[in-house]
Design a protein around this ligand. Structure first.
Ligand code: CP
Length: 331
């Protein structure tokens, strides 16, 4: 049985990529294809809970050099829901401590016979490096502050499920834009799908140069809030900051935390999102995080859906490329 065939899902003719490295290089059509496939696979797996054997016999390696709860576990579950095996690599306790390089480590894992390497690393561009060094499919699970494509995709899938279409929506990304890979992936993805993106946060965490790329920049959440259809509340990434960008967490929360009082000024149907992990009381208060407008846990479930889609699409493209390479002109 070909692992890329399932009676209820057809491989999209327009999909040719073997790696998922960022969203800036994907077209609007490619992003929509991933979201369509994710929705189909979510339904075929009964809400990402049941197994189907779409990728049986293949192995997915998670190479994580930074901490993760959501991304790592949902990549593992995505692979397992489609019948694949997983290898879990953590830099702690590995031969990295003996001086092995990042690329040698990845090549070692690849030599064990894996179809996909999913990598998270603190250095921007590391997945792009692996895509040139390895023969298997490479997926970016977060490269420093640069990109987190599957996070951007799961955020868009969640918006689409609630609103049907992203085109024309006003979506604000609020918080630590300077250090947020989620922000960058959302900015590129949402704008390609036709959303109006507002980039909001303290001047120390939002470059004015975003306006040169056509994006709206705001420094006061209260000014933009009544116009927003969606708020995506980003964590302050103290671990990536060299200097404190504001005097205290209390002052940040007073200006930017989404709380009950601010909800009164928002649209009645506003969607409240956060990539997580959330810091309760900093970017969002518990009453909002756990309230009726919050879709934070739906985002987590959708993470499995988009990761199933990405694994299937990339390996399907890889199989096609191999088939084309081995077929003779007479075939
Ligand atoms: N959103 C996100 O990337 O979360 P993790 O760090 O838990 O993977």
């Amino acid at each position: 049985m070909s692992t890329a065939v399932h009676p209820e899902i057809e491989f999209p003719k327009n999909w040719h990529r073997r790696h998922l490295l960022d969203l800036e290089s994907l077209s609007q059509e490619e992003i929509s294809t991933i979201l369509d496939v994710a929705q189909q696979l979510k339904e075929l797996t009964q809400g990402c809970r049941q197994k189907i054997s779409l990728l049986a016999g293949k192995t997915c390696a998670n190479l994580f050099f930074e901490n993760s709860t959501r991304t790592r576990n949902s990549f593992s579950l995505a692979a397992k829901r489609l019948g694949a095996d997983t290898v879990e690599f953590s830099s702690a306790g590995s031969s990295v401590a003996k001086g092995e390089t990042f690329v040698d480590t990845a090549k070692t894992i690849e030599a064990m016979g894996v179809e996909w390497v999913v990598t998270r690393h603190g250095t921007p561009g590391t997945p792009h490096l692996l895509s040139r060094e390895l023969n298997c499919c490479v997926l970016n699970a977060g490269d420093g502050p640069h990109g987190h494509p599957t996070q951007g995709l799961l955020d868009m899938l969640t918006i689409r499920q609630h609103r049907g279409d992203i085109k024309g929506l006003t979506v604000a990304l609020v918080g630590d834009i300077a250090h947020s890979r989620t922000a960058r992936s959302n900015i590129w993805g949402l704008s390609k799908l036709g959303a109006h993106v507002i980039i909001c946060g303290p001047p120390t965490l939002v470059s004015p140069r975003w306006t040169e790329l056509g994006f709206e920049v705001a420094h006061h959440l209260d000014d933009i809030l009544p116009r927003c259809d969606v708020l995506n509340l980003l964590r302050i990434q103290f671990e990536r900051q060299r200097a404190r960008p504001f005097p205290s967490v209390h002052e940040y929360a007073a200006l930017y935390a989404m709380n009950g009082a601010r909800m009164q000024k928002a649209k009645d149907d506003i969607l409240i999102m956060a990539p997580g992990p959330i810091n309760r009381g900093v970017e969002i208060t518990p009453e909002v995080a756990d309230g009726p407008h919050s879709v934070i846990l739906e985002q987590v479930t959708n993470g499995i859906a988009v990761r199933m889609a990405a694994l299937w699409l990339l390996s399907g493209a890889s199989e096609r490329a191999e088939a084309n390479a081995t077929s003779s002109p007479a075939d």
